[in-house]
Design a protein around this ligand. Structure first.
Ligand code: 5GP
Length: 194
């Protein structure tokens, strides 16, 4: 998606450890117009799939997820990283190792919000090694929900996540695909300079 690639070129900062900082529009300050356009693109890509629920993970997946849910008029469920005092029993949980924070989190959703009647689209901000998405896939499996596919804003295609998802036969749509951070620049899949 050219709009997103242009914005990454403009505002993205490459940090050590293959981390892209996009605090201008996605991970801290959020550009709602851009998020809405990401939502429109996910809806276009997954047209006709009769999605009943968007599933994401807090915090940064919520912005693109909620815009997608808004356009489709379906609920957006985010997996929580902290145990809530009001959420103790009846949970689907998964272990997720955080790429940026280097800690393991148990993420959970309330069983009452996900069921075998759901057709789920998983959405997240970044795909690196695929641990966050895998946790959400595991949660969907535990709920026996039908997984329609995964929608990612920014995929780092040189890391393992995309392969991990696709080898399970799961559809993956990423709106910007980064091929490398060579020379501290962002290079996209399909760029002429690759
Ligand atoms: P994974 O679980 O695929 O290894 O990593 C995905 C999660 O880690 C995303 O939910 C995102 O929060 C975070 N993440 C991974 N890589 C990056 C990155 O380059 N920049 C930012 N801002 N977050 C990232």
């Amino acid at each position: 998606m050219k709009l997103l690639e242009d914005r990454i070129r403009e505002d993205g900062l490459v940090l050590p450890g293959n981390v892209l900082k996009v605090n201008q529009f996605l991970n801290h300050q959020i550009d709602p117009d851009l998020m809405y356009k990401l939502g429109q693109e996910f809806v276009r890509l997954y047209q006709g799939e009769k999605i009943t629920k968007i599933v994401t993970i807090e915090a940064s997946g919520i912005a693109p997820a909620i815009m997608t849910g808004l356009i489709l008029h379906v609920p957006v469920l985010f997996a929580r990283k902290q145990k809530s005092s009001t959420m103790n029993t009846g949970l689907y949980t998964a272990e997720v190792y955080s790429y940026t924070k280097k800690v393991k989190n148990t993420v959970s959703v309330d069983q009452k919000f996900l069921s075998k009647d759901d057709r789920v689209l998983i959405i997240d901000d970044f795909l690196a090694n695929g641990q966050a998405v895998q946790g959400l896939i595991d949660i969907c499996k535990a709920a026996q929900a039908e997984l329609v596919g995964v929608g990612i804003a920014i995929e780092k295609s040189f890391q393992d996540g995309a392969g991990l998802i696709k080898e399970q036969g799961i559809r993956l749509e990423s709106l910007a695909r980064i091929s490398s951070f060579a020379d501290n620049q962002v290079h996209f899949v399909g760029d002429e300079d690759n």
